[in-house]
Design a binder for this molecule. Structure first.
Ligand code: ATP
Ligand code: MG
Length: 552
């Protein structure tokens, strides 16, 4: 059972919030936000941040905004915004309001003018490369730009001209005037604005200068009245700048930034830039390819929102980076599907069986439980007839020790059906098994056979009524646990990440199934109906194996 819905586990952020509520630090308010950049689809790492931000708001009767951090127009799009909204909703969360950093462009500009007037920002004509050179290093203090002493009036005129489009990209930047000798490089006169003569998917051609992330984020938080601005650890060194901006401009709200460790998951990559490369170079079939660690990919693969929330709860929130094993994610969906997925039968590599003593034209409709333990999940009718298909692997001519399936002269139970006995093995000229001739014991439907024990139970489908299906089997996208450690992560792409199995047969009850339905194909794995599946061509995606295959 997931603990998400009940009692969330304690972590250092929840502790901070409890303390703040006790001391009435933010007037007893809890306001969070989830601030994705709309430059790609959300991934499982974002789910961690979503569960944290929305979860904390829910637990404290607070608010949580969805804020699109759209200050890099070249890489962002309305299509990505739509996908992000869909994914947050699908995970089960509702935002209090949706905002965009671009909603604040005018206010952000006015605050920048305030900083210039206070002598706390200046227009610099150094090139990007020169700025980098002047910035210094961890062991060497920075050098002041010659423009640092530009008079306020001149800064105001130039900044206005930057806005009006008088200059080309890179001609000028607006920088905060802080401290070129600061041990924190982020405080060495960071850029606040740069010129980008680019169309923006929301503000069109209104702007040709765009604010930088660090400057935009803290002010957006303050405008929205955010109390706790939760972000990942790489922003720890940016916190002094976050606080500096809010202290210097005239704004009353003081959000507090708190950092936590990013999710790092083995055998995949998580940065949107790298995921975009996989999509653009066609290594996967789109952002929702079931091999992708995106929310859309996991959804198509068959993951449930509950399983992803459960995963985020199990990994917890800490200050320390750690690698999470795929097995952890898989066990969350396996636990959910074990409880909730109806059972069905599918034969992946069929072997034909003719039941010689079964009437030729007879078709029986057997009633089989949809879940072995859950009566409330009901039953379904499965046709049984003279010719059935079983798994090739469930028969052996030279059985290893303890083989509990079908052998020559041996008996086995067909799931939800009769006990059959293998009377004869038909082979072709090369000795390949092409068919088994069996008999059935008509007194074994729902009853134990008399005078003998039959141990094995195997799955089957009736040949005539069964339906052809294509199965998509997935393996990790990469062959190394940490692909980003490689010089080029593309070199450790797994060439066998997708196997398409044709020739499988599934039971007739699946004829009218629809996309995203999930099943346990008995004794095989958990599968989900793919979004491209059609009645005339059923496609199932393997979500996860029945047992942990990472243990070996
Ligand atoms: P990416 O490199 O994947 O694009 P990002 O941090 O640039 O990541 P954003 O869209 O800016 O992506 O992230 C939105 C929010 O999600 C941020 O608060 C960010 O800290 C958080 N987030 C992103 N990746 C992870 C992760 N792997 N684990 C936890 N939180 C994450
Ligand atoms: Mg980002």
């Amino acid at each position: 059972m997931s603990t998400t819905e009940n009692q969330p586990s304690a972590n250092f952020i929840r502790q901070i919030i409890t303390n703040d509520l006790t001391s009435n630090k933010h007037n007893g308010n809890v306001a969070t936000r989830f601030p994705p950049e709309p430059n790609g689809f959300l991934h499982i790492g974002h789910a961690k941040s979503i569960c944290l931000n929305f979860g904390i708001a829910q637990e404290n009767q607070g608010t949580c905004n969805l804020r699109f951090d759209d200050t890099n127009p070249e890489k962002e799009s309305a299509e990505f915004m739509k996908a992000i909204e869909k994914d947050v909703n699908w995970l089960g969360f509702k935002w209090t309001a949706v905002y965009h950093s671009s909603d604040y462009f005018e206010q952000l500009y006015d605050y920048a003018v305030q900083l210039i007037k206070k002598g706390l920002a200046y227009v610099d004509s150094l090139s990007a490369e020169e700025i980098r050179e002047y910035r210094g290093t961890l062991t060497q203090i920075g050098k002041e730009s010659p423009d640092r002493s530009r008079p306020i009036a001149e800064n105001l005129t130039l900044f206005k001209k930057m806005r009006e489009g008088d200059f080309a990209n890179g001609d000028y930047v607006l920088r905060a005037k802080i401290d070129m000798a600061s041990p924190n490089i982020n405080m060495r006169d960071p850029a606040l604005y740069r010129i980008r003569r680019t169309h923006h998917h929301r503000t069109g051609n209104d702007w040709c200068l765009y604010p930088m992330y660090d400057y935009t984020h803290c002010i957006s938080d303050a405008i929205e009245g955010i109390t706790h601005s939760l972000c990942t650890l790489e922003f720890e060194d940016h916190r002094p700048l976050y606080d500096w901006v809010l202290e210097k401009i005239q704004i009353s709200c003081r959000p507090q930034q708190i950092e936590f460790a990013r999710l790092q998951l083995e055998y995949t990559v998580m940065s949107k830039r790298k995921l975009a490369q996989l999509v653009l170079e066609n290594h996967v079939h789109g952002w929702d390819d079931p091999r992708m660690p995106t929310i859309a990919g996991l959804r198509r693969r068959g993951f449930t929102p509950t399983s992803i929330r459960d995963f985020c709860e199990r990994i917890g929130i800490t200050k320390k980076d750690a690698w999470i094993k795929i097995a952890v994610l898989e066990s969350c969906i396996r636990d959910d599907l074990n409880e909730n997925a109806p059972r069905a039968m599918a034969v992946i590599k069929p072997l034909r069986i003719v039941i010689e003593n079964y009437p030729d034209e007879k078709v029986e409709s057997l009633t089989i439980k949809n879940h072995p333990q859950k009566e409330e999940m009901g039953t379904r009718n499965v046709p049984f007839s003279k010719v059935i298909l079983i798994e090739q692997d469930d028969f052996s001519l030279e059985p290893p020790a303890k083989f509990k399936r079908l052998i020559e002269g041996g008996e086995v139970r067909l799931r939800g059906s009769y006990v059959i006995k293998c009377e004869k093995v038909i082979t072709d000229e090369q000795g390949k098994i092409i068919e088994l001739r069996c008999s059935y014991d008509e007194n074994t439907l729902g009853k134990k056979p008399e005078g003998r024990k039959v141990k094995g139970v195997i799955h089957w489908v009736s040949e005539q009524q069964s339906l052809p299906a294509e199965l998509h089997l997935y393996e990790p996208l990469f062959t190394e646990a940490n692909p980003e450690e490689q010089v080029n992560f593309m070199e450790v792409l797994n060439p066998k990440s997708l196997t398409i199995v044709t020739g499988a047969r599934v039971e007739a009850s699946l004829a009218n199934t629809s996309a995203r339905n999930r099943y346990q194909f008995e004794r095989c794995a958990y599968f989900c109906v793919d979004t491209d599946s059609r009645a005339e061509k059923l496609i199932f995606n393997r979500t996860v194996s029945l047992r942990d295959t990472w243990l070996k």
